[in-house]
Design a protein. Structure first.
Length: 192
Protein backbone atom coordinates (compact mmCIF):
# COMPACT_ATOMS: atom_id res chain seq x y z
CA UNK A 1 0.00 0.00 0.00
CA UNK A 2 1.30 3.46 -0.77
CA UNK A 3 2.23 5.60 2.16
CA UNK A 4 0.40 8.94 2.28
CA UNK A 5 2.68 11.87 2.85
CA UNK A 6 2.22 15.61 2.62
CA UNK A 7 4.83 15.69 -0.14
CA UNK A 8 4.32 15.08 -3.83
CA UNK A 9 1.67 16.08 -6.30
CA UNK A 10 -1.29 14.77 -4.27
CA UNK A 11 -0.01 16.65 -1.24
CA UNK A 12 0.12 19.88 -3.26
CA UNK A 13 -3.44 19.39 -4.52
CA UNK A 14 -4.66 18.56 -1.04
CA UNK A 15 -3.05 21.73 0.34
CA UNK A 16 -4.82 23.82 -2.33
CA UNK A 17 -8.34 22.66 -1.57
CA UNK A 18 -7.80 22.48 2.18
CA UNK A 19 -6.51 26.09 2.45
CA UNK A 20 -9.96 27.78 2.19
CA UNK A 21 -11.37 25.40 4.80
CA UNK A 22 -8.99 26.46 7.58
CA UNK A 23 -11.06 29.50 8.56
CA UNK A 24 -14.38 31.14 7.69
CA UNK A 25 -12.55 34.28 6.51
CA UNK A 26 -10.54 32.29 3.94
CA UNK A 27 -13.70 30.57 2.69
CA UNK A 28 -15.50 33.93 2.30
CA UNK A 29 -12.50 35.34 0.42
CA UNK A 30 -12.41 32.39 -2.02
CA UNK A 31 -16.18 32.61 -2.66
CA UNK A 32 -15.96 36.38 -3.28
CA UNK A 33 -13.08 35.94 -5.76
CA UNK A 34 -15.01 33.15 -7.57
CA UNK A 35 -18.11 35.38 -7.83
CA UNK A 36 -16.06 38.28 -9.23
CA UNK A 37 -14.50 35.95 -11.81
CA UNK A 38 -17.91 34.62 -12.93
CA UNK A 39 -19.39 38.12 -13.25
CA UNK A 40 -16.28 39.36 -15.07
CA UNK A 41 -16.27 36.51 -17.59
CA UNK A 42 -19.99 36.98 -18.23
CA UNK A 43 -19.62 40.71 -18.77
CA UNK A 44 -16.58 40.26 -20.98
CA UNK A 45 -18.34 37.68 -23.19
CA UNK A 46 -21.36 40.00 -23.56
CA UNK A 47 -19.11 42.92 -24.47
CA UNK A 48 -17.18 40.91 -27.08
CA UNK A 49 -20.20 39.29 -28.78
CA UNK A 50 -21.43 40.99 -31.99
CA UNK A 51 -24.52 43.15 -31.69
CA UNK A 52 -27.43 42.57 -34.06
CA UNK A 53 -28.14 45.42 -36.43
CA UNK A 54 -31.66 46.71 -36.56
CA UNK A 55 -33.81 49.41 -35.11
CA UNK A 56 -31.47 49.99 -32.18
CA UNK A 57 -33.91 48.62 -29.59
CA UNK A 58 -32.76 45.96 -27.22
CA UNK A 59 -35.04 43.33 -28.73
CA UNK A 60 -34.88 44.40 -32.38
CA UNK A 61 -37.79 45.01 -34.74
CA UNK A 62 -41.11 43.36 -34.00
CA UNK A 63 -42.37 41.17 -36.85
CA UNK A 64 -45.95 41.51 -37.93
CA UNK A 65 -48.35 38.84 -36.78
CA UNK A 66 -49.24 36.35 -39.51
CA UNK A 67 -52.71 36.56 -40.97
CA UNK A 68 -54.85 33.54 -40.20
CA UNK A 69 -57.88 32.78 -42.30
CA UNK A 70 -60.52 30.46 -40.99
CA UNK A 71 -62.18 28.24 -43.54
CA UNK A 72 -64.58 25.35 -43.32
CA UNK A 73 -63.48 22.61 -40.91
CA UNK A 74 -61.19 20.01 -42.43
CA UNK A 75 -62.74 16.62 -42.87
CA UNK A 76 -61.50 13.97 -40.51
CA UNK A 77 -59.14 11.41 -42.00
CA UNK A 78 -60.75 8.07 -42.73
CA UNK A 79 -60.46 5.47 -40.01
CA UNK A 80 -57.98 2.72 -40.59
CA UNK A 81 -59.72 -0.61 -40.50
CA UNK A 82 -58.15 -3.89 -41.46
CA UNK A 83 -59.53 -5.21 -44.71
CA UNK A 84 -60.88 -8.72 -44.48
CA UNK A 85 -61.86 -10.42 -47.69
CA UNK A 86 -64.34 -13.29 -48.14
CA UNK A 87 -62.84 -16.77 -47.71
CA UNK A 88 -63.63 -17.50 -51.35
CA UNK A 89 -61.08 -14.81 -52.31
CA UNK A 90 -58.18 -16.96 -51.05
CA UNK A 91 -55.60 -17.13 -53.87
CA UNK A 92 -55.17 -20.68 -55.24
CA UNK A 93 -51.40 -20.07 -55.39
CA UNK A 94 -51.32 -19.45 -51.63
CA UNK A 95 -53.38 -22.57 -50.93
CA UNK A 96 -50.96 -24.58 -53.09
CA UNK A 97 -47.98 -23.24 -51.12
CA UNK A 98 -49.75 -24.21 -47.87
CA UNK A 99 -50.34 -27.74 -49.17
CA UNK A 100 -46.70 -28.18 -50.28
CA UNK A 101 -45.34 -26.66 -47.05
CA UNK A 102 -47.31 -29.01 -44.79
CA UNK A 103 -46.37 -31.98 -46.98
CA UNK A 104 -42.67 -31.07 -46.55
CA UNK A 105 -43.27 -30.41 -42.82
CA UNK A 106 -44.70 -33.90 -42.33
CA UNK A 107 -41.93 -35.58 -44.35
CA UNK A 108 -39.32 -36.50 -41.74
CA UNK A 109 -38.21 -40.14 -41.88
CA UNK A 110 -36.09 -41.36 -38.95
CA UNK A 111 -32.57 -39.92 -39.07
CA UNK A 112 -33.62 -36.64 -40.74
CA UNK A 113 -31.55 -33.75 -39.39
CA UNK A 114 -32.90 -30.29 -38.62
CA UNK A 115 -30.92 -28.89 -41.55
CA UNK A 116 -32.35 -31.42 -44.02
CA UNK A 117 -35.90 -30.85 -42.76
CA UNK A 118 -35.68 -27.05 -42.87
CA UNK A 119 -34.08 -27.18 -46.34
CA UNK A 120 -37.22 -28.95 -47.62
CA UNK A 121 -39.32 -26.10 -46.20
CA UNK A 122 -37.03 -23.34 -47.56
CA UNK A 123 -38.80 -22.81 -50.96
CA UNK A 124 -42.12 -22.17 -49.21
CA UNK A 125 -40.92 -20.20 -46.13
CA UNK A 126 -40.00 -16.53 -45.59
CA UNK A 127 -36.33 -15.83 -44.97
CA UNK A 128 -37.18 -14.37 -41.55
CA UNK A 129 -38.90 -17.57 -40.38
CA UNK A 130 -36.24 -20.04 -41.58
CA UNK A 131 -33.93 -19.61 -38.54
CA UNK A 132 -36.83 -20.53 -36.25
CA UNK A 133 -37.51 -23.69 -38.23
CA UNK A 134 -33.80 -24.61 -38.22
CA UNK A 135 -34.03 -25.01 -34.43
CA UNK A 136 -36.86 -27.59 -34.60
CA UNK A 137 -35.98 -31.24 -34.08
CA UNK A 138 -37.89 -33.18 -36.77
CA UNK A 139 -38.30 -36.09 -34.35
CA UNK A 140 -40.68 -33.86 -32.37
CA UNK A 141 -42.92 -33.14 -35.39
CA UNK A 142 -46.11 -35.13 -34.72
CA UNK A 143 -47.61 -35.44 -38.21
CA UNK A 144 -46.38 -37.80 -40.92
CA UNK A 145 -48.81 -37.07 -43.77
CA UNK A 146 -51.42 -34.56 -44.94
CA UNK A 147 -54.98 -35.89 -44.64
CA UNK A 148 -57.04 -33.19 -46.32
CA UNK A 149 -57.01 -30.08 -48.50
CA UNK A 150 -55.99 -26.65 -47.19
CA UNK A 151 -58.87 -24.45 -46.01
CA UNK A 152 -58.68 -20.66 -45.70
CA UNK A 153 -59.90 -19.32 -42.36
CA UNK A 154 -58.97 -15.64 -42.77
CA UNK A 155 -58.15 -13.75 -45.96
CA UNK A 156 -56.60 -10.29 -46.23
CA UNK A 157 -55.13 -8.53 -49.28
CA UNK A 158 -51.50 -9.48 -48.47
CA UNK A 159 -51.86 -12.34 -46.00
CA UNK A 160 -54.07 -15.26 -45.11
CA UNK A 161 -54.46 -17.97 -42.49
CA UNK A 162 -54.93 -21.49 -43.73
CA UNK A 163 -55.69 -24.72 -41.86
CA UNK A 164 -54.25 -27.98 -43.17
CA UNK A 165 -55.10 -31.31 -41.46
CA UNK A 166 -52.47 -33.98 -40.86
CA UNK A 167 -52.75 -37.45 -39.34
CA UNK A 168 -51.78 -36.05 -35.89
CA UNK A 169 -52.77 -32.36 -35.73
CA UNK A 170 -54.37 -29.64 -37.81
CA UNK A 171 -51.89 -26.87 -38.55
CA UNK A 172 -52.79 -23.23 -38.97
CA UNK A 173 -50.36 -21.44 -41.27
CA UNK A 174 -49.82 -17.72 -41.75
CA UNK A 175 -48.97 -16.99 -45.38
CA UNK A 176 -47.78 -13.59 -46.59
CA UNK A 177 -47.38 -12.20 -50.09
CA UNK A 178 -43.68 -11.60 -50.78
CA UNK A 179 -44.10 -10.59 -54.40
CA UNK A 180 -46.65 -10.71 -57.22
CA UNK A 181 -48.17 -14.19 -57.02
CA UNK A 182 -45.45 -15.32 -54.55
CA UNK A 183 -46.72 -16.56 -51.19
CA UNK A 184 -44.60 -17.84 -48.32
CA UNK A 185 -45.28 -19.27 -44.86
CA UNK A 186 -44.20 -16.91 -42.08
CA UNK A 187 -45.50 -18.88 -39.13
CA UNK A 188 -47.51 -21.89 -38.03
CA UNK A 189 -49.22 -23.24 -34.98
CA UNK A 190 -51.66 -25.95 -34.03
CA UNK A 191 -55.23 -25.00 -34.90
CA UNK A 192 -57.22 -24.70 -31.75
Amino acid sequence: MPIRTRRGRSGAYRALWEWPLHSPARLALVLAVAAVLVVGVTALSGWLSPRPSGSGTALGPVPEAPTVTVGPPASAPPELTPTTLPLSAAPPAALGVAQRWVTAWADHPPGTTSAQWSDRLRPYTTDEYLPTLAEVDPANVPGTRVTGPPRAVEVRPDSLRVEVPTDAVTLQLLLVRTGPGDWRVSGYDRAG
